[in-house]
Ligand binder design. Structure first.
Ligand SMILES: [Zn+2]
Length: 214
């Protein structure tokens, strides 16, 4: 038996397809990438909606993956709004550190958001730890929560934050061999202006275990 289907197209960035059955008809909300979908995709769509067929689901996932260039990029402000921002640790207040550095070194020009990031899940014993990261898409600096310990000195946290703030200023460059270089010579020279640069590096060498174990 044929069923009525109402289709509504949208430009969402996360959920590409939803459906409900309502008064004997299907109401589907689809991303506009489906407008140009070939028949086999429409067949998978129908199978998925009717029976939740896992094969059809995989086919749809693959189609969405191939067409993700049609998914609108979310502006940084919106990405930031979706984040849970946590600046206040038990020992180190990232907001305060960021604002202090911004004033002292950057004439308040760094327009980025800072937060303790969720600790990345790593299996087995760790050999290294990524203490900070910067996302150019969202303009968010993430700091590893392992740094929020009383034994981690403030100048060390400051150094990690300072380093990530520099990533906000210096864009990655392509080297002649084609590889991306994020720590350009200019970046590294600028980093040396940090007041406790050598002390922070020394502390890291001597205390890496403390960070890895946390
Ligand atoms: Zn870096």
């Amino acid at each position: 038996m044929r069923a009525r289907v109402h289709v509504e197209l949208h430009d969402n960035t996360h959920t590409m397809l939803t459906y409900v059955r309502h008064r004997g008809a299907w109401q589907m909300r689809l991303h506009h990438m489906f407008v140009a979908a070939p028949d086999e995709i429409l067949a998978a769509l129908s199978a998925f909606v009717k029976t939740g067929d896992p094969q059809a689901s995989a086919t749809l996932d693959a189609f969405i993956e191939r067409n993700k260039i049609f998914i609108r990029r979310v502006p940084p402000s919106e990405l930031r709004r979706r984040l849970r921002i946590m600046t206040e640790g038990e020992h180190h207040d990232l907001k305060e550190i960021f604002e202090d550095l911004n004033r002292r070194y950057f004439r308040n020009r760094i327009n980025a958001t800072i937060t303790y990031g969720p600790a990345p899940r790593v299996r087995g014993p760790r050999r290294s730890i990524k203490m900070g990261s910067y996302s150019a898409d969202s303009k968010v600096i993430r700091i590893h929560p392992a740094l929020d310990q009383p034994r981690v000195p403030r100048y060390f946290v400051e150094w990690i934050v300072f380093h990530e703030m520099l990533h906000h200023i210096y864009k990655a460059k392509r080297r002649p061999d084609g590889r991306r270089c994020v720590h350009t010579p200019e970046f590294l020279a600028h980093e040396r202006r940090f007041y406790a640069f050598e002390r922070a590096q020394r502390w890291e060498e001597q205390n890496l275990d403390l960070l890895l174990r946390s």
